[in-house]
Write a protein that binds this ligand. Structure first.
Ligand SMILES: C[S@@+](CC[C@H](N)C(=O)[O-])C[C@H]1O[C@@H](n2cnc3c(N)ncnc32)[C@H](O)[C@@H]1O
Length: 302
């Protein structure tokens, strides 16, 4: 074989190797109130070493799910992702379908999604005609609204004002394609967290990240859907936590550093740890910053 051909073949083989070994990194495609990017290190330290399938019943932006996928921790496993925000689950479903994802990218790249104030309010008020348009609307609003905050009023209408960002990235095609791959083994459910019981088996890892129990009137955010998350829901969630523990699931839950939550999980107080996270959602600007949060597990860590 002549030298030039040999070199060329070596180059091709190196290129193939690089592409085969390239890990797919998928990141949350929405900015979401209470997103867990801040707490990832603590969550990973607190999660079980071994588990079967992965279930996340308050998936939101899915920070932990995407982190676990991108670091290979979900290889060969199924994931069940649940959220009661139907608009959000629709975006996940559209991205999971390769055909619809292509349509979504074309839609977002069209000049309909320009970042100006009048256009923002026009799209905010619009009624999408199909699932792809509905997904494009949510992604556009999330990228261009104030603070990237998804918030609805008591009628379930998106009511965050325009964000005035100079050059927001409305269509991150590369990440959407990575998310499409991350969702291949995922079942997407629009519904209440209690649906977990339909899917969870012994040995599965269930991560609960509910809207937090408010610690004060100004430091609360539960407007993800038209139904507020109440103290009754926190109690309902703790009952489910203990049912899943009984069933042999590994359960991890994050919540606010509050008396009410410590009481609900008081019977396993040795499995409660406090961690610090930077939080921006507080009406009172002075109170934004590092806050303590709780991580509660159904198992003890070595
Ligand atoms: C704290 S956020 C989750 C954030 C997420 N871990 C992340 O990394 O972005 C809570 C989520 O719970 C959802 N939610 C609220 N009530 C629910 C319910 N009853 N059942 C299921 N999901 C619910 C909200 O729509 C929201 O997405």
């Amino acid at each position: 074989m002549n030298n030039a051909l040999e070199l060329e073949l070596q180059g091709v083989s190196l290129h193939l190797k690089k592409n085969i070994n390239k890990e797919i990194v998928a990141r949350p495609f929405v900015k979401w109130a209470g997103g867990k990017s801040q707490l990832l290190k603590d969550l990973v330290l607190s999660m079980p070493q071994k588990f079967n399938d992965y279930i996340e019943p308050f998936v939101g932006g899915g920070a932990l799910f995407f982190h676990l996928f991108s670091t290979g921790r979900l290889a060969g496993k199924k994931a069940i992702l649940i959220d009661s925000n139907n608009d959000l689950i629709n975006v996940y479903k559209v991205i999971k379908s390769s055909k619809k994802l292509k349509e979504l990218v074309l839609e977002l790249e069209s000049d309909k999604y320009e970042n100006d104030e009048d256009n923002y309010y026009k799209i905010r008020a619009s009624k999408p005609s199909d699932s792809v348009e509905a997904a494009a609307r949510i992604l556009f609003l999330n990228r261009t609204c104030f603070n990237g905050l998804y918030r609805v009023n008591s009628k379930g209408q998106f009511n965050t004002p325009f964000g005035r960002y100079k050059n927001p990235r409305i269509c991150d095609k590369e990440n959407l394609e990575a998310v499409n791959i991350a969702l291949k083994n995922a079942t997407l459910v629009s519904g209440d967290f209690e649906e977990t019981i339909e899917y969870a088996e012994s040995g599965d890892f269930v991560y609960f990240d509910p809207p937090y129990q408010p610690i004060s009137k100004t430091a609360s955010f539960t407007a993800y859907t038209k139904d507020a998350f109440t103290s009754g829901d926190q109690a309902r969630l703790s009952r489910l936590f203990f049912r899943l523990k009984e069933k042999g699931c590994h359960v991890l839950l994050s919540n606010s550093y509050s008396e009410k939550i410590s009481v609900l999980y008081g019977s396993i107080d040795k499995n409660i740890v406090s961690v610090s996270a930077k939080r921006m959602i507080n009406c009172n600007a002075e109170k934004r910053g590092l806050v303590k949060e709780l991580l509660i597990s159904s198992y003890s860590k070595g």
